[in-house]
Write a protein that binds this ligand. Sequence first.
Ligand SMILES: [Cu+2]
Length: 271
Amino acid sequence: MLSLPYRTIPPLAKSGVAVEKLLPAKFTKIKSRWKPYKRLSLFFFDGSTCVSTPPLMKDQTFTVIFPVAGNFKLSCLFHENMEGTVHVLDMSQKLPHDQAYYDNHAKSDGRTMLQDMLEDMDKSGKHQAHNAVTAGLGEVVATGGGTHTLSVMRFMQDKITVHKGDTVEWTSADAITPHTITFGVAPLDLFDPSPNVTVDPDGARHGVLNSTSDSIHSGFIQAAPQDRIGLAQSPLGVTRFRVTFSKTGVYPFICALHDGLGMTGTVTVLP
Ligand SMILES: [Cu+2]
């Protein structure tokens, strides 16, 4: 598993249920979203039932004991492709490497991925139209440990200046992680666009802001998942959001999923 900057936990919690089954008295309250906890007990995992944590916060730990040999997959329920494998060998067998070997490999993989992403960030800042914003940057990367994703939770052009009547276009460059473009008050339903958003002929979402106090929300801007043999074709993703500004002023906007990590920006509209 890799530790990466700008990592986030979206507010749509999916976990908690499995832990409740194991320890009903202790974890009953975790069913409601976003109930962080301070201490976790030991868990045993032999592959026969699911073991899962509620959302883990910084510095919290989770300990699992593997009583039987085997190869076990683990994944993060929030982040697609955030996966790992635990190889458990019988006590009679010699370990092929020590833990330090794997830790070093993970660090090396992490450094390579980050360096690659830094180069992409540098490129994305160039050759952009004056009214275009890249909303998030992400990659799916294969390593010896499996598939990982890397996401930069930033608007690459976070300050943009246009003229009255211009349209600004936000485009996601992340294969996995969703983002939103949200002006004013964020709605409770982050997935769907606000009612004042329409769809352009090319499928991009579009709205008009007539005042700096207006609200508009793109809904999730996200690429369609990869099509795979044997599975139904996935519908088109929506990766673009456009806003036309009819009045001058300064318009702050956020990604409602990642603003806490600094994914914010401003559009300044001149006469
Ligand atoms: Cu975001």
